[in-house]
Design a protein around this ligand. Structure first.
Ligand code: ZN
Ligand code: FE
Ligand code: FE
Ligand code: ZN
Length: 271
């Protein structure tokens, strides 16, 4: 039997100012890897502008739509191209996310937490010295409380890189299930899927997001999952997907999600 056909739904474009490559190059990478679907999910604009220096402006959305269109032209009927956005979660983001949701025919929205409060984009390497003097337990608590709120909102098809807070390898002592258990419950309540994001292998934490233990709890709770690379360059498309898929299976998942026009279906994993 043919191996599981894969989709990579978390990828970026140079409009976010920290990614490289043309739509054609990304699609050629996806074709070479025989992906079944390729999803584009660049960092969404955020108000008030200018919000930070690592996303497109609202006025650049038309360029983003053109980028997606060019990708679709290159893909032709060889590959399905899906359109998404990686949106930043803030406690008061509902209206803005709804507005973004209406401006294009999206296949899915990813909800990610990169900010705690509205000031600290904790996964930005410029904050490494701040991390060294941070109370890790307090920051983890704040992060997961916010993640649970995002999950309960039900506003996103996919919840991005669940334990991104570990990126720089600052992890609390002891059993991390004290953080995981409540958020698993919230994810079930909100009905979104999560992703296994392979970018973490290449960060100081040196493992996928989320941890194997989190994945096991998610599988047990029947939370749907996708496998994604968070590619910021054509060479990163579907990076480490073999490793990622193995972890997904080992955790007990038997299916992967697909998205079209903001509705989800699941396909069986074939070993
Ligand atoms: Zn990025
Ligand atoms: Fe992200
Ligand atoms: Fe991303
Ligand atoms: Zn991301």
């Amino acid at each position: 039997m043919k191996a599981t056909p894969l989709a990579d739904y978390h990828t970026h474009t140079p409009l976010c100012r920290h990614a490289e490559g043309s739509p054609e190059e990304y699609i050629e990478a996806a074709l070479a890897l025989e992906l079944e679907e390729y999803g584009i999910s660049d960092h969404a604009p955020q108000t008030p502008e200018p919000f930070d220096d690592w996303r497109m402006l609202e006025s650049e959305l038309p360029q983003y739509f053109e980028w997606i269109e060019r990708a679709r032209v290159r893909a032709g009927d060889e590959l399905t191209v899906r359109a998404g956005l990686e949106c930043d979660w803030f406690p008061d983001c509902h209206e803005w996310i709804n507005q973004l949701g209406r401006c294009y025919e999206w296949d899915y929205l990813i909800g990610s937490i990169h900010y705690l409060g509205d000031q600290w984009d904790f996964d930005n390497p410029k904050w490494l010295s701040r991390w060294a003097e941070t109370n890790i337990d307090e920051v983890w608590t704040a992060y997961w409380e916010e993640y649970a709120r995002m999950a309960r909102s039900g506003m996103f098809e996919i919840l991005g890189h669940p334990d991104l807070i570990k990126k720089f390898a600052y992890t609390p002592e002891g059993d991390l299930r004290r953080f995981y258990d409540p958020v698993i419950e919230s994810i079930v309540a909100g009905g979104s899927a999560i992703e296994l994001n392979t970018a973490g292998f290449h960060k100081p934490c040196a493992e996928q997001y989320p941890s194997a233990e989190f994945l096991k709890l998610a599988a047990k709770a029947s939370i749907p999952i996708t496998l994604s690379s968070d590619a910021h360059a054509p060479g990163e498309v579907a990076r480490d997907f073999e490793k990622g898929l193995r972890l997904i299976e080992e955790a007990g998942f038997t299916k992967l999600c697909r998205f079209k026009k903001r509705s989800r279906r699941e396909v069986a994993i074939r070993g």
